[in-house]
Design a binder for this molecule. Sequence first.
Ligand code: SF4
Length: 417
Amino acid sequence: MFLTHQVWSSQKPGGGYCPEPGFVLSSGGMPRTTATRCQNPGNEPYHGFEQGPIRPPSEADSLLIRVTRNCPWNRCTFCPVYKEHTFSRRPVDHVHEDIRRVAVYVAVLRAAGGIATYADAAAAAGLDDWPAFCAAANWLDAGMASVFLQDADSLVLRPAEFSGIVREIRTCFPGVERITSYARSRTVDRWSAEDLGALAGAGLNRLHIGLESGADRVLAQVQKGVTQAIHIRAGRKVVAAGMELSEYVMPGLGGRALSAEHARETAAAIRAIAPHSVRLRTLALPPGAPLVRAFRCGEFVPCRDVETMAEIRRFIAGLDGVVTRIVSDHILNLLPEIEGDLPGDRPRLLAVLDRFLALPPEEQVLFQLGRRAMIFHTLADLERPGSRDRAARLCRRLGATPHNVDEIIAALMAGFV
Ligand code: SF4
């Protein structure tokens, strides 16, 4: 998960406040969070273009269209994102109106050569919706290639409604190359193959699913609400429907106790699904995640970085024969170079992990801190004298040793979620 970022999101002309990145964008004095909204919208009035808090890192340049608010499950113990917020479906006609407003502002901005003040754009569009204008301006600037449908589980919509939204986007923006969304395996599993095929036919190209683990004991421990069998069934359905499937895997999620089982069973699930990509996002313990309580009272013992690297090695070693792409697109991951196309790149990825695991403990500490402080990017950066000096100074300042480095890093990583 990744906080949204909008370039046009500072101060509304005329003194009105535009919400900071990471929160709902809406005009007309709407509440900043969704906690107070009704769960069944009924006659809910339209208050303007709306934006949810997160998107996958790969959707940084996408137009974000919010079809639901928050998460209908909201029980995963490692996830703090929507814990304070109540799930609701947005009225479908509101979503269509959001799309229409962005289309109007895009047309106005295009006619103005891409640059217009908000006052001029609002006058030309006959529309006063600052968040819609921001979304249109950012998206136009980014090339208008992709759209991401928010929030956590868009497939809770009725198939005809969701396909209708996707078709509307394709009609308004025929040049769009990719439309994607998040979904839960349990929700996908409820869709028929025909409905998923129709959704793909309407133009949804990719689903991002939080697999997290393929181990039933890990899934139960973190209250993911699915089993390995459901993950596999849902994943295969998406692939069979002709959509691209991106599965998120969370190294470290089983803690020390279930690390080996987590690696083994997650590899088994990925072998069975053969998704187009597997995105690694290492476990962090951010404030607000219920798992933090289990950590504090000693019920959950997290893996140290070195143990997580050994776990990832076991996982990738278990991906024998799978055709997929491993992606490491988050700062939470220690080794961003664990990225490549399987099966061809598998020996290289294993060699990178072996290289890290064979480093002397002091070198591992240097890399761990240097990477999290963004001094190093890859293991090869350990050879750069200037970067080494900076990382060594940081280690000395923080008093980092092989014994305390994971506690220091845990505090750093909590801020990256
Ligand atoms: S399903 Fe996703 S968004 Fe919902 S609680 Fe779990 S991890 Fe968080």
